[in-house]
Design a protein around this ligand. Structure first.
Ligand code: MN
Length: 287
């Protein structure tokens, strides 16, 4: 049974928000899981973190955490001081998630976001090496605390280190630690992969989390994503991790800006209804 989740920022204009309303409502909309901004959780006190976790437990909701590391915390930086700051930040975040009973942190945990190849470089090899060095330190730290780090395969316009499933496979095999897995996202796969099914089967047992979205980041089931092919491949690898939709349809705020929502993507959006319809679609077609 695959948990069906949603990323909280579907409802918000800013990344840093109070998560309470979303923890309270996603269960009623048909979800088992809510993905939160790890950075926000990391800035909360230990007591606040525990209260948030208790609220989720009371609602029967599993929590997971997403992060796009900031440049100052780039674990792939060639500047050792910056890389060390990144490791310290990630360790604090792992501690935060451990304080909330453990779980998954996914996203650009392997470098900063959004980013492009540093101007002085012709190849990403030096950054790759730095990232691997960081992850070889972070994965055991996470594993010992009941936390898993999932590197998200992100398209070329947002990140440069891991753009497709071939690179993701090479990365996790080089790290070679059970607490480092892969997060595939249909929105990014649509840009970079030759085949959805082959990419999922290539990652196989390393696939730890899966993000859902249409090609324009609308809710699953409203566009032209090949969901039947995706479901078949998930079945082929006996995938039992979460399916977390990550739709963005609202203009405005830092979320609209960072995601690039510059037009009215849906008319008169009733976000709760869109989310509930999508949860139903995913449960019927992908679980
Ligand atoms: Mn994603």
């Amino acid at each position: 049974m695959r948990n069906v989740g949603i990323y909280y920022a579907f409802w918000t204009h800013e990344w840093d928000v109070d998560f309470t309303p979303y923890i309270k409502k996603v269960g009623k909309l048909g979800f088992d899981q809510l993905e939160l901004n790890g950075g926000t959780v990391n800035s909360m006190s230990s007591k606040e973190q525990k209260e948030l976790k208790k609220m989720a437990d009371d609602e029967g909701i599993v929590l997971s955490y997403g992060i796009g590391l900031q440049k100052a915390y780039d674990v792939a930086s060639l500047d050792e001081k910056v890389r060390q700051n990144g490791i310290d930040f990630m360790k604090k975040m792992i501690d935060s998630v451990a304080n909330m009973g453990g779980g998954m942190i996914g996203g650009t945990v392997h470098g900063y976001w959004p980013s492009t190849l540093p101007k002085e470089l012709e190849s990403k090899e030096p950054c790759w090496k730095q990232s691997i060095k960081s992850m070889k330190e972070l994965a055991p730290y996470a594993g010992e605390r009941g936390v898993k780090l999932n590197v998200e395969v992100i398209n070329r316009f947002e990140q440069f280190l891991i753009n497709d499933s071939h690179e993701a496979l090479a990365y996790v095999q080089e790290v070679n630690h059970p607490a480092c897995g892969v997060l595939l996202d249909t929105f990014h796969m649509n840009i970079e992969e030759d085949s959805f099914g082959d990419a999922i089967r290539r990652i196989g047992p390393y696939l730890s989390s899966f993000h859902l979205g249409e090609t324009n980041r609308k809710t699953p089931g409203t566009g032209r994503m090949p969901w039947a092919e995706i479901k078949q491949a998930l079945d082929d690898i006996n995938y039992d991790g979460p399916l977390v939709m990550e739709p963005f349809v609202m203009q405005g705020g830092q979320v609209g800006r960072d995601i690039g929502v510059w037009r009215k993507i849906v008319k008169n959006p009733d976000l709760d209804k869109l989310a509930a319809d999508a949860a139903k679609f995913v449960k019927e077609n992908l679980v």
